[in-house]
Ligand binder design. Structure first.
Ligand code: M6R
Length: 610
């Protein structure tokens, strides 16, 4: 999604803006631009395509300024083009605006402005806001108030930064539904849509909340609500280093993040396992344990990969706690008038903590009195802040658009929540201890799987030209099949579908011929024999089979084309291991196709629009 960065201070902002934009590239974008204001000029430089292209243009101009804003745009209104790229400007080129989000009533605002003589050059909703602010500037002669008045007319979502030639000592920033954070430095301040963009300069940050607007100067800032009430903002210390957001010698973030999973899983469970008591310790849930355990129902709501984690969570929670669980796409949940009561606990899972649909679903559940529990990776993200209680997954920054280590850490945290609640219900001490002992063996088992990287790369080589893939699994491994298919389609652009293995005979079996690769997740669990029968059915129709099996399996290799053997663990935790070969398979197929795995086309890392 779009990215925002801004600087006001004593240094030249140009390299700072470019570096910030590069750190936001992972979010997905299709054009980029910067706007600077200094004592002699107001300049906007924009390009379609990558920040590296923008950098070439900027370098030709030799621009220096201590006030500037930069943006990466992910097209919503109007195609990716220089005209549609941000910053957008007022008619006399003295006011620059960058915007994340969507102005829903832009068409009626535009009509009103056109009737007053305003001319538009782009197809964007953002340009409307630039002119609207300009109109109020003419009335109020004060940038802060002009932005505030303009925003009061806006319906929709925004994270914005505005600079103005006649008030060159400030950046105005405001937020509603799109993340925005102020970076507090020494004699310099920053604004960004994501802390990654400013972490190289400061670890002191201030999160703007919805309906807040800030006036940011070189050496101080203050904030108000859009309704003009003063507010005091707290400064937070971010615990993240620049090393964590670089590739660390790997060719892609995605591979780095797959390879990091032993460490990220360790971090997700560190300090949270109490072996003697056979229980997990989750500080974020303290005081809410009984309310969760006594819930009449647990609903899990999320999108994409996080939704797949939710499906595994459903199996875990129902098996061990006996509480009925429903899993909902956040995008459906928010609009279908769901029946939610104060006796429900709703778990919202989101890596970024900024997904617009998930955030809106949370607001809906909160309104209806349910307990909202956030499971997020990004500390201080909107979902983490809006939920009443929650657990961070502590997977570390995930930059690759395809979620990998966040998924396995989400599963791990769901297992910890399950254990905590189950021990308050019927799970006895030895069974709780067994789960903890299994959790403690996970990281070494992950390392064993990661050593299969070369084997999986060779298998991948045989499927680069495939047009379709089927992924089949049962029980706990059905959501893994969905996740394997999603990973492949999003980075390799190969059509892939995940199904419960037994559903194959109700339709997808018609697709099987000698061109159809079928990936089976066939673990030695309660449904193993049934999955073997499904493998036989595919074999009989000459499908090409890749099977993920347990190390001690000696039944399946006769039936399939490729076997990937992975260590065994208890059923609840098996998805954490069985998904890793699927992540590697998708990665290698995409790389062999020459595709940009970290920034796949049309995708964004955090989807902050509906
Ligand atoms: O940040 P979130 O976990 O809320 O994101 C949800 C989805 O947008 C995300 O999982 C998406 O499906 C990924 N690209 C999957 O790899």
């Amino acid at each position: 999604m779009c990215g925002i960065v801004g600087y006001i201070g004593t240094k030249n902002c140009v390299p700072i803006l470019l570096e910030g934009l590069k750190r936001l590239e992972y979010r997905g974008y299709d054009s980029a631009g910067i706007g600077i204001i200094n004592s002699t000029e107001c300049k906007v430089i924009k390009t379609k395509g990558k920040v590296s292209e923008l950098e070439k243009l900027v370098n030709k101009e030799n621009t220096v300024s201590s006030l500037g804003i930069g943006h990466t745009r992910w097209a919503t209104h109007g195609e990716p083009s220089i005209l549609n790229a941000h910053p957008h400007v007022n008619e006399d080129h003295t006011l620059f605006l960058i915007h994340n989000g969507i102005i829903e009533n832009y068409a009626s605002l535009k009509k009103g402005l056109q009737s007053q003589g305003y001319k538009f050059v782009s197809e964007t909703d953002t340009e409307v806001l630039a002119h609207l602010i300009d109109r109020y500037l003419k009335l109020k002669n004060n940038l802060f108030q002009a932005v505030r008045y303009a925003l009061n007319e806006v319906e929709g979502t925004y994270g914005i930064a505005v600079i103005y030639k006649n008030e060159p000592d400030k950046i105005i920033a405001a937020k509603k539904g799109s993340p925005l954070v102020i970076g507090v430095g020494k004699n310099e301040n920053f604004i960004a849509s994501d802390v990654n963009a400013l972490i190289a300069h400061t670890s002191q940050v201030v999160y703007l909340e919805d309906g807040e607007i800030a006036e940011i100067f070189q050496d101080h800032f203050h904030a108000k609500t859009i309704a003009d009430e003063s507010i005091i903002k707290e400064i937070h210390e971010v615990d993240m280093s620049v090393d964590e957001i670089t590739k660390g010698g790997y060719p892609h973030y995605m591979l780095k993040e797959i390879m990091e999973q032993s460490e990220s899983l360790y971090n997700s469970m560190r300090g949270r396992l109490l072996l003697k008591e056979g229980i997990s310790k989750l500080g974020g849930l303290q005081g809410y344990e009984d309310r969760i355990a006594n819930s009449e129902r647990i609903i899990i709501s999320a999108c994409g990969t996080s939704w797949h984690a939710g499906l595994v969570g459903e199996y875990m929670l129902e098996q061990y706690t006996g509480i009925p669980v429903e899993v909902e796409y956040a995008s459906e949940f928010r609009y279908r008038h769901p029946v939610i009561t104060p006796k429900d606990t709703v778990i919202f899972i989101s890596q970024s903590g900024e997904t617009a649909d998930t955030l809106a679903a949370m607001k809906e559940a909160k309104k209806k009195g349910a307990l909202c529990l956030g499971v997020c990776n990004v500390v201080g993200s909107s979902i983490a802040r809006e939920s009443q209680t929650g657990v961070y997954i502590h997977a570390g920054p995930e930059i690759g658009v395809a979620s990998t280590k966040a998924f396995t850490s989400q599963l791990l945290v769901l297992a910890l929540i399950t254990l905590l609640i189950a021990r308050r219900k019927n799970l006895n001490l030895p069974d709780g201890q067994e789960i903890i002992q299994e959790l403690q063996t996970l990281t070494s088992k992950v390392e064993t799987i990661l050593k299969l990287n070369d084997v999986i790369e060779k298998i991948a080589g045989q499927y680069v030209n495939s047009k379709n893939f089927l992924y089949l699994g049962r029980g706990y491994n059905f959501p893994v099949a969905l996740e394997g298919a999603l990973k492949l389609k999003e980075i390799s652009y190969i059509h892939a579908e995940g199904y419960p293995a037994a559903e194959m005979k109700h339709g997808p079996i018609a697709l099987i011929d000698d061109n159809m690769p079928v990936v089976f997740i066939a673990m030695k669990d309660s449904v193993y024999e049934k999955v073997v029968s499904n493998i036989e059915e595919v074999k009989a129709r000459k499908g090409r089979i890749i099977a993920i099996v347990n190390e001690d399996d000696n039944q399946i290799d006769k039936l399939v084309d490729h076997v990937i053997r992975i260590p065994k663990t208890i059923q609840m935790l098996q998805p954490i291991l069985s998904v890793i070969p699927l992540q590697l398979l998708a990665y290698h197929i995409a790389v062999k196709k020459g595709l940009n795995v970290d920034q796949p086309r049309n995708l964004a890392k955090s989807v902050t629009v509906e």
